[in-house]
Ligand binder design. Structure first.
Ligand code: THG
Length: 263
C-alpha cells in the first residue's frame, strides 16, 4: 500500500496557522508523526492559508525537507506553482495533479518527464467528476495514451478515479470500484491507482469507520494506495490487512509490524 500522508494541508487549522505564522515546528511535527506511522510520501497543499500560494508552497517544501527526504506530493492546481515547486524538491516528486483533458495532459505529462517526477492524473474533465464508471474508464484510457505518447514510464503514472462524499454522492463509491476493476486491465503493466480517501467521509459522522471500510473495499477492487491519514492506526491496520488478504504480503503473526518495518 502506497501511503501519501494527507495532513500537510492548509485545510487543517494547525497547518494553516503554521503556514501563516511561518512556524516550522508545527509543520515539521505533523510531518514526523506521519512518517513514524508509515507514510511513504507526504502530500503538500497550502489550502486556504493567507498569503501568496507560490511563497507558501516553497516555504512548506523547504520546511518539510528539513526533516525528511521522502518524496513530496505537490498538491496544487496552479501550473506555475507546480513548476517552481518541482525545482525545489530534492527527491523526485509526485505531481498532484492533472485533469484528463488533452490540453492539461499535454502540459503536465511533459512536466513530469522533464523533472523525473511521477504524475497523478484525475478522471476529471471540463464537465467535472463523472457520475458513472464508463466516463471514468474512457478518461483513464486517454491518460494512459497521453502518458505513452509523451514518454512517461507507466510505473510513474497514478490514476485517481476521484471519490466524492458518500452522504451527497451515494452512487460514487461503487462507480469508483467498478472503474478500478476495469482500468487495471487496460495496460500491462498497469498504472497505479490511488484515491484521496478522506473525501469519501467528508461531513459524515463515523469518518474513520467509513474511511477504513472503503479503503479495504477499494483495495480489493485494485487500489494501490491513497492520500490518507497514516496517524489513524485502525485505518492503516485495515489497509495492511486487506493487502495481506489480497496476497500482497506473506502471513506471519506480526505481519503489521513486518509491513511497517520493511518499508
Ligand atoms: N485526489 C487527489 N488529491 C487530493 C484529493 C483527491 N488532495 C486533497 C484531498 N483530495 C485529499 N486530502 C484531504 C485532506 C483532508 C480532508 C479530506 C481530504 C478532510 N479535511 C477535513 C474536512 O474537510 O472535514 C478538515 C480538516 C479538519 O478535520 O480539521 O476531510 O481526491 N489526487
Amino acid at each position: 500500500m502506497f501511503v501519501i500522508g494527507e495532513r500537510i494541508n492548509g485545510m487543517f487549522d494547525d497547518v494553516k496557522k503554521g503556514i501563516e505564522n511561518r512556524d516550522a515546528s508545527i509543520v515539521q511535527q505533523v510531518a514526523r508523526e506521519q512518517i513514524e506511522c508509515g507514510a511513504d510520501a507526504l502530500d503538500i497543499n497550502v489550502g486556504t492559508a493567507k498569503g501568496k500560494a507560490m511563497e507558501n508552497m516553497l516555504w512548506l517544501i523547504e520546511t518539510v525537507q528539513e526533516v525528511t527526504d521522502l518524496p513530496l506530493c505537490i498538491d496544487t492546481t496552479k501550473y506555475d506553482v507546480m513548476s517552481e515547486a518541482l525545482k525545489a524538491c530534492k527527491t523526485p516528486a509526485i505531481i498532484n495533479s492533472s485533469k484528463s483533458t488533452e490540453d492539461e495532459l499535454d502540459k503536465y505529462v511533459p512536466l513530469a518527464v522533464s523533472n523525473g517526477a511521477s504524475l497523478i492524473a484525475l478522471t476529471i474533465d471540463k464537465s467535472g467528476v463523472p457520475s458513472n464508471a464508463d466516463s471514468r474508464v474512457a478518461m483513464g484510457a486517454t491518460i494512459v495514451t497521453k502518458a505513452m505518447e509523451h514518454g512517461l514510464d507507466i510505473t510513474d503514472l497514478y490514476i485517481d478515479p476521484v471519490i466524492l462524499p458518500v452522504n451527497v454522492a451515494p452512487k460514487q463509491p461503487v462507480a469508483v470500484m467498478e472503474t478500478l476493476r476495469q482500468l487495471r486491465l487496460l495496460s500491462d503493466p498497469p498504472p497505479k491507482f490511488i484515491l484521496g480517501l478522506s473525501n469519501v467521509s467528508q461531513s459524515c459522522k463515523l469518518r474513520s469507520l467509513i474511511n477504513s471500510t472503503y479503503l479495504v473495499m477499494a483495495i480489493s477492487a485494485g487500489l494501490d494506495g491513497a492520500i490518507m491519514d497514516p496517524t489513524d492506526r485502525e485505518l492503516m491496520e485495515a489497509g495492511i490487512t486487506a493487502e495481506l488478504l489480497m496476497e500482497k504480503q506473506i502471513y506471519c503473526d506480526d505481519y503489521i509490524a513486518a509491513y511497517l518495518g520493511n518499508r
